[in-house]
Design a binder for this molecule. Structure first.
Ligand code: JF5
Length: 284
């Protein structure tokens, strides 16, 4: 392993899962193409070569191309950053290598910068991107980007949440995985994203597996009843109750509860929510 955690091509990825750098990518793959621009391409590649995304890449469903921006630095020190005009702490990502890299690759558009200043990345945005034939992500390190990158080569900014990371790489992995799992064929045979969290603006209902009793805690009887209509109603009630408790803001966003939903909650012994928008609970 090198000083920056980089290992040679022969050691990259998992045994039995062949991986490739952008320059080695097969010419044409199906599915969605995603170009990621980074000065730590190995961190993005290594995470996205594991598990479901690694298999999707191998199967040609996800044409993920990770590019090393530093390869396009032209000075002797191969620098990709500079001190900020006007003074201040930290370093700013330079425009030259970023523009050169993006212009050499001619990636799919839109191209998004990952930044806390971006449009919030939600399940709806993931759905939108999964329906395209591709898009691109630019990861920054240091204190941020020269604004001309944002203004003149990017098409927009995406944020994965209201916190500051040390770089955009982790955020890019979040976007690629959330979008990648929606690409047709990426999930297993009968796996479906139809009834999962956020699909109906609600959290998922609680799930259980064997044993039916674990340390004295029992699986709800209804789930073992075999009555699938009844199970469906219980799950809907339980999903509503869980969302009301954990994320009342999601209930407000979908326009509150219908009278049928209020009836469903009452029928299953769940309390009705407080009438006003109660704040999300603090951590325990
Ligand atoms: C970054 C300046 C970019 O920290 C993030 C991020 C947070 N939510 N979504 C993305 O990206 C890296 C840090 C500082 C620009």
């Amino acid at each position: 392993m090198g000083w920056n955690g980089r290992c040679g091509p022969a050691h990259r990825g998992c045994p039995g899962i062949s991986t490739y750098r952008a320059s080695e990518t097969p010419a044409k793959l199906g599915g969605v193409r995603i170009d990621v621009f980074s000065i730590f391409p190995e961190s993005v590649d290594s995470y996205l070569d594991t598990s479901l995304m690694g298999k999707a890449r191998l199967r040609g469903l996800l044409d993920l191309r990770v590019h090393d921006v530093r390869e396009y630095a032209t000075d002797t020190h191969r620098s990709v950053d500079g001190t900020p005009f006007g003074g201040g702490a930290g370093m700013v990502m330079s425009p030259e290598p970023v523009f050169a890299c993006i212009e050499a690759v001619q990636p799919r558009r839109p191209l998004f910068v990952l930044s806390p200043a971006g449009r919030p990345f939600t399940q709806d945005v993931a759905d939108e991107l999964a329906a395209t034939d591709g898009f691109s992500l630019l990861c920054g390190r240091y204190e941020g980007f020269d604004q001309r990158i944002v203004d003149h080569v990017a098409d927009g900014e995406l944020s994965i949440g209201d916190y500051v990371l040390a770089g955009g790489e982790l955020a890019a992995c979040v976007v690629v995985e959330a979008v990648g799992r929606l690409v047709p064929g990426v999930l297993g045979n009968d796996a479906s994203t139809d009834d999962e969290s956020f699909r109906h603006g609600l959290l998922e209902y609680p799930q259980y597996t064997r044993p039916a009793t674990f340390r004295g805690w029992e699986v709800p009887d209804v789930l073992r009843s075999g009555d699938h209509a009844k199970i469906g109603r219980w799950r809907q009630a339980a999903a509503l109750d869980r969302t009301i408790r954990a994320r009342p803001d999601l209930i407000v966003l979908r326009g509150g509860l219908s009278s049928a939903e209020e009836h469903l909650l009452a029928e299953h012994g769940y309390p009705l929510p407080a009438p006003e928008n109660a704040p999300a609970q603090d951590l325990p």
